[in-house]
Design a protein around this ligand. Structure first.
Ligand SMILES: [Zn+2]
Length: 90
């Protein structure tokens, strides 16, 4: 009767058990559009694209200046990517 433990668990066995509860760093994949790290199976928080399509309209939430900055940064990322691919191809 009663859930009374018969023997004390050592710190080592306790820690070994809790090792599986340890939070790991989330793994990120790269956004195909802007190259930023993105959580897998999530739309990109930076450009709003998911699997090559625009899933979220991120620009609608920004004011005009932020929008311009972000558009230019995405364009720069895309240009850098294109030059990279052409270099590897040629
Ligand atoms: Zn992106």
């Amino acid at each position: 009767m009663g859930g009374v433990p018969k023997k004390r668990h050592t710190k080592g066995s306790r820690n070994q058990r809790r090792m599986h509860l340890f939070l790991k760093n989330p793994s990120f994949s790269q956004c195909a559009k802007c190259g930023k790290p993105v959580k897998s199976h999530h739309a990109c928080p930076f450009c709003g694209h998911y699997r090559g399509k625009e899933a979220v309209d991120v620009f609608s939430r920004l004011d005009r200046k932020q929008r311009r900055d972000r558009e230019s940064e995405i364009a720069a990322q895309g240009a850098a990517k294109e030059t990279k691919t052409s270099e590897t191809a040629g």
